[in-house]
Write a protein that binds this ligand. Structure first.
Ligand SMILES: [Zn+2]
Length: 465
């Protein structure tokens, strides 16, 4: 990549959290619902029906726009984007063209301020399923319209990203933000968030952009990163060997790990946009918008800055990117849990399992651990049982006898037995092989699983001296 600057803009499609579709009363279908069971006259595009915008989708879009520091124009309208494709029953998609719901925002990603051009609302298309019999060359295509008419927000950035890393970080930050404000679950695996980066390269210090290609429907952060790296490499090789870049839409093949040409780029005029005649323009109530703005929770960037005052960056990277974990951490600390130990616990024990207890319970457990009342292994078991049964850590410890043994005289008896049973390790240790201590401690833990490791170690050392 020597001598080239990478320029990336992103379009991200996000399914807002709603119960029903964008313009009809159909429920949003769960994954793996039987095909064409969540459809009605409106989303099938039958004649004579009228679309009605979904208020919850408009609200999610406005919240997203506000969290992205966008301006909300007084008027907004829906437009028809016309094209023919078998997954689009009406022959047009209701989208927004020249008066989107919001414009001119930004999102900070690391040290980069990425400008947001617009966030608008539209509807999703159906899904085509291609099947067939290779041997007899009999091909069949099916269409499932459960997704047709599901609301989508399109979040369009300016071409402000400069690497595959930045593009991935941008998408991840967007996901964190959307989840924090409750606008979407933004689960890429479930197709609730799809990224479409447009990529070009140019010589540094040049004003003009190179010819860009757009990658369609990328559905994981890993694929996003790899597809961009591939595309940058492809463009670099083309330009350096004197070829040109064709402006086009490309797909990403996960199995072959490469991008491939899908179709030449369409331009806005190809879609013959015109105002949707069945939906009057919306005049957005300013009081409602201000109410939504006030109700926004603390945004992830602000919270991370606050967490960084108390915690190392590595822990903030985990806790600060998940609202549930951050809430758990801050409430537990407010209930008296030690900050650093609790953060470690959340990063190592809670985040991987995704299983949360109440903040009060976590605080109780962390205090027991810190006071040496239980071992770390026991704490793990208590935590798991508390998640499962909803009982308090103190109850569980009392019932199972998890209480840690810190009594020196009691541990001295166990340590003496360990020394008797391991003459070789004892001789090794006394002969200067300090690592023999590990075997002795291991045996001690086997005999007394609830021994306080610090006290046990001390007692054992005294007897070996
Ligand atoms: Zn419907």
């Amino acid at each position: 990549m020597d001598g080239w600057e990478v320029v990336i803009g992103m379009e991200v499609h996000v399914q807002p959290k709603t119960l029903t579709k964008m313009f009809c009363g159909c429920a949003v279908a769960p994954l793996n619902a039987p095909p064409n069971t969540y459809v009605c006259e409106v989303c099938l595009g039958l004649p004579g029906v009228l679309p009605v915008p979904n208020r919850a989708a408009v609200e999610a879009c406005l919240k997203t726009a506000l969290a992205l520091n966008c301006e909300i124009p007084r008027h907004t309208k829906f437009d028809r984007k016309n094209y023919m494709y078998p997954d689009l029953p009406k022959g047009y998609q209701i989208s927004q063209y020249d008066l989107p719901m919001s414009v001119d925002g930004h999102l900070e990603v690391g040290s980069r301020k990425v400008r947001i051009r617009r966030v608008h609302l539209e509807e999703d298309t159906g899904k085509l399923i291609h099947a067939g019999d290779k041997l007899h060359k009999a091909w069949e295509s099916y269409v499932d319209l459960n997704r047709a008419g599901v609301p989508l927000m399109e979040i369009v950035s300016e071409p402000d990203l400069r690497s595959a890393d930045e593009a991935r970080d941008y998408a991840m930050e967007l996901r964190t933000l959307l989840r924090t404000i409750g606008a979407s679950e933004a689960d890429m695996e479930k197709g609730q968030m799809r990224a479409e980066p447009n990529i070009s390269i140019r010589r540094p210090e040049t004003e003009e952009f190179g010819v860009k290609t757009e990658l369609k429907n990328i559905n994981s952060f890993r694929a996003l990163h790899r597809a961009i790296l591939y595309e940058v490499d492809r463009q670099t090789q083309a330009l350096e060997s004197g070829r040109t870049i064709v402006q086009e839409t490309r797909g990403w093949s996960e199995s072959e790990q490469r991008t491939f040409s899908q179709r030449s780029k369409e331009f806005a005029e190809d879609y013959r946009y015109f105002p949707e005649p069945d939906i009057p323009p919306l005049e957005l109530d300013r009081a409602w918008i201000e109410e939504l703005r006030r109700a926004l929770p603390e945004l992830p960037s602000v919270r991370r800055t606050r967490l960084l005052e108390h915690l190392p960056a590595a822990q903030v990277a985990v806790i600060g990117n998940d609202r549930d974990l951050a809430d758990l951490f801050e409430s537990a600390v407010a209930s008296g849990a030690p900050a650093l130990a609790t953060a470690n616990w959340i990063v190592n024990e809670v985040a991987p399992s995704g299983k949360l207890v109440s903040a009060e319970y976590l605080a109780e457990l962390m205090k027991m651990l810190q006071d040496g009342a239980i071992t770390r292994d026991s704490a793990r078991e208590v935590y798991a049982e508390s998640v499962e049964t909803g009982r308090t850590p103190a109850e569980i410890v009392a019932e199972h006898g998890y209480s840690q043994v810190s009594d020196e005289s009691e541990l001295r008896v166990v340590a003496a037995a360990v020394i008797d049973a391991n003459p070789k390790a004892v001789a090794d240790y006394r002969g200067g092989k300090k690592q023999a201590m590990q075997a002795l401690m291991q045996d001690l833990r086997k005999r007394a699983p609830h021994a306080n490791p610090k006290v046990a170690n001390k007692v054992l050392l005294e007897l070996l001296a």
